[in-house]
Write a protein that binds this ligand. Structure first.
Ligand SMILES: NC(=O)c1ccc[n+]([C@@H]2O[C@H](COP(=O)([O-])OP(=O)(O)OC[C@H]3O[C@@H](n4cnc5c(N)ncnc54)[C@H](O)[C@@H]3O)[C@@H](O)[C@H]2O)c1
Length: 253
């Protein structure tokens, strides 16, 4: 077991599935105390149990009171907060003209407001850490935060907001010992990748998606989680405000 997170406390939203679950596992394997946050109670409990990390916290990150309560509970349990990972996210696969008010609002509430509310609550706790202000936040951006893509207008807008929120918060706290970075994944094999497709998810469809990637394959969640762990660790001590692509060359074209 690596111990670079020994004595550190991490909160991971979206920790019940996909890249959030992989990140929770990676941080726990490196010695962190991990608090899993998700709105899916069954999956969250299963992951928390499998990692031996205590009860998951269940709720909606689009609710600022819930986000404040999550951070308060993490500090109550473990005495401090060192790492905040914002992986909770949703996608709506619709062109802008066909995106309803409700779809737009739900994507913005989770991806943008949820990330902001958790960052704001985490930063207050990190500033109050015993021994002085310190911490690392890793937000989940996307290749679609910098590039446009047809058929996912609200999602693209939300991830663009996450990218620039990350930069702005990094500058707000550059002298506080609190680093704020984002990981920007490409096509990753998770439930989200397969959700809301207009055609059945078959092996052929997954191969067609993989063929759009320069390296010719989908990512596994752990390949993103390892980069999140790096950004959250002291190995990334001189990094803040960075948007780190983990996309097999997708955005290099
Ligand atoms: N899968 C991809 O190809 C891909 C690519 C780029 C970026 N991303 C981003 O990576 C992050 C993780 O995505 P994933 O692919 O692992 O997705 P996923 O669907 O496997 O997991 C997302 C998790 O977030 C939780 N969640 C959703 N809304 C929530 C809310 N309001 N409150 C609390 N929890 C909530 C879900 O219950 C789920 O457990 C997301 O922000 C996503 O936008 C995904």
């Amino acid at each position: 077991m690596q111990t670079d997170f020994a004595g550190r406390v991490a909160v991971v939203t979206g920790g019940a599935s996909g890249m959030g679950a992989a990140t929770a596992g990676e941080l726990a394997a490196r010695g962190a105390q991990v608090v899993i946050v998700d709105r899916n109670a069954g999956l969250a409990a299963a992951i928390a149990t499998s990692l031996g990390q205590g009860e998951a916290l269940i709720g909606d990150v689009g609710d600022s009171a819930f986000c404040d309560a999550v951070v308060a509970e993490a500090v109550r349990r473990h005495g401090r907060l060192d790492v905040m990972v914002n992986a909770a996210g949703v996608i709506v696969r619709a062109r802008g003209e066909h995106t309803t008010d409700a779809q737009w609002a739900s994507v913005m509430a989770v991806n943008v407001s949820g990330t902001f509310f958790m960052c704001r609550a985490a930063i207050a706790a990190m500033k109050a850490n015993q021994g002085g202000s310190s911490g690392a936040i890793v937000n989940f951006g996307s290749i679609w935060g910098d590039l446009g893509s047809a058929g996912v207008a609200a999602y693209c807008a939300s991830k663009g907001a996450v990218h620039n929120l990350t930069r702005a918060l990094a500058l707000d706290h550059a002298t506080d010992g609190i680093r704020v970075n984002a990981v920007c994944p490409g096509e990753v094999r998770t439930p989200m990748l397969q959700s809301q497709r207009s055609e059945p998810v078959t092996q052929q469809l997954l191969e067609r998606i993989a063929a759009t990637v320069p390296m010719g394959r989908l990512a596994e969640p752990i390949e993103i989680a390892r980069v999140v762990a790096f950004l959250a660790s002291d190995a990334a001590s001189y990094m803040t405000g960075a948007l780190v692509s983990v996309d097999a060359g997708y955005g290099a074209r």
